[in-house]
Design a protein around this ligand. Structure first.
Ligand code: OGA
Ligand code: NI
Length: 337
């Protein structure tokens, strides 16, 4: 039987046993430090060389960073979060009409991560939408709440442009033409996960999302404006990323790790939960076009730097990704030369 949605509005008083991690896999929250120096890059500063340099440094040393003055207005972000809250506050009966645990569906509401493959579940419900091309996918998005489609359309269109700007700077920071990665990635797909983490009676025993890397090219994350929960692995330690209402958190996905020939890392990250407040996040994923061949550009090879990964396409990668459990070894390891 499939797992039902977690969030009905009625709080849980104990953690159901299928969410309890074995002792060795627990988040050990008391050992997590808050990261006060997550790089913040001002995309509106007007100094392109500085932006490229800062993004290069952040990619080399962190694998993630925040961007401010990114060009998406406060109103667009607030409207996105508002419809997301309204959506998850719908009745369970209404939401169950959209429930599916089939990852190949282009629109679905689901829970945990990969219900059919995993042995322990995660304390998360999520709405997953394909977003590009809009004309193709927007008609299948939820029609309730009635404002959802318009709010999401504007949001995803603007976020796409932010993602492109960042991909250009990433490309340039590796000494490549700014358009190089975008050209290799082709007509990029775009997906969105609207994550909802209900209050959890025993946050020490479970995850919202366990440690994972994102399989796509670039992730643009809108964290809950108030409630923290994102943690990133840096130099072997888990660090909490404080929410900053004017920023997106950006992380390199597996595809950019492959395209950079391993120079930039797709960083391990996880979401933890808390006892008293629900948390929301909106993750936007840019993905290689279906026909794009993921192959590190020539200038990054040679001189004793052979290609670290074999060439592959995203459909091949993606099916491998979803055939696994989320917190296994880095999926890219399976594509090493
Ligand atoms: C994701 C993710 C983190 C968060 O959706 O891939 O890592 O804070 N989300 O919700
Ligand atoms: Ni992620």
């Amino acid at each position: 039987m499939s797992t039902r949605l977690l969030f009905s509005g009625t709080p849980y008083s104990t953690l159901p046993h299928k969410y309890i991690r074995p002792e060795s896999e627990r988040p050990k929250l008391s050992e997590v430090a808050t990261c006060d120096d997550v790089p913040v890059i001002d995309l509106g500063c007007g100094d392109r060389n500085l932006i490229v340099r800062q993004i290069g440094d952040a990619c080399r040393h962190y694998g993630f960073f925040q961007v401010i003055n990114h060009g998406v207005s406060k109103k667009v972000i607030e409207d996105m979060l508002k419809v997301a809250h309204e959506f998850f506050n719908l009745s369970v009966e209404e939401k169950m009409k959209l429930y599916s645990d089939d990852p190949s569906k282009t629109m679905r509401l689901s829970t945990s991560f990969n219900v059919k493959k995993e042995t322990v579940h995660n304390w998360r419900d999520y709405l997953r939408l394909h977003c590009y091309p809009l004309e193709k996918y927007a008609p299948e998005w939820p029609s309730n709440p009635p404002t959802l489609r318009d709010a999401v359309k504007i949001y995803v269109t603007e976020v796409r442009q932010v993602g492109f700007k960042i991909e250009e700077a990433i490309s340039e920071s590796l000494g490549l033409d700014p358009q190089c990665f975008k050209n290799v990635l082709g007509e990029q797909g775009q997906h969105m996960a609207v994550n909802f983490y209900p209050p959890c009676p025993e946050p020490e025993l479970t995850y919202g999302l366990p440690a994972h890397t994102d399989p796509n090219a670039l992730t643009i994350l809108l964290q809950d404006l108030q409630v923290a929960g994102l943690q990133v692995l840096k130099d072997g330690k888990w660090l909490a990323v404080k929410p900053r209402p004017d920023a997106f958190v950006i992380n390199i996905g597996d595809q950019l790790q492959a395209l950079s020939n391993g120079k930039y890392k797709s960083v391990w990250h996880r979401a933890i939960v808390n006892t008293d407040k629900p948390r929301m996040s909106v993750a936007s994923f840019l993905c290689p076009g279906e026909d794009a061949l993921i192959s590190a550009p020539k200038p990054l090879l040679g001189d004793g730097m052979p290609a670290v990964y074999r060439d592959f396409t995203y459909p091949e990668y993606y099916s491998k990704f979803w055939s696994r459990n989320l917190d296994q070894e880095h999926c890219l390891e399976l594509f090493k030369n």
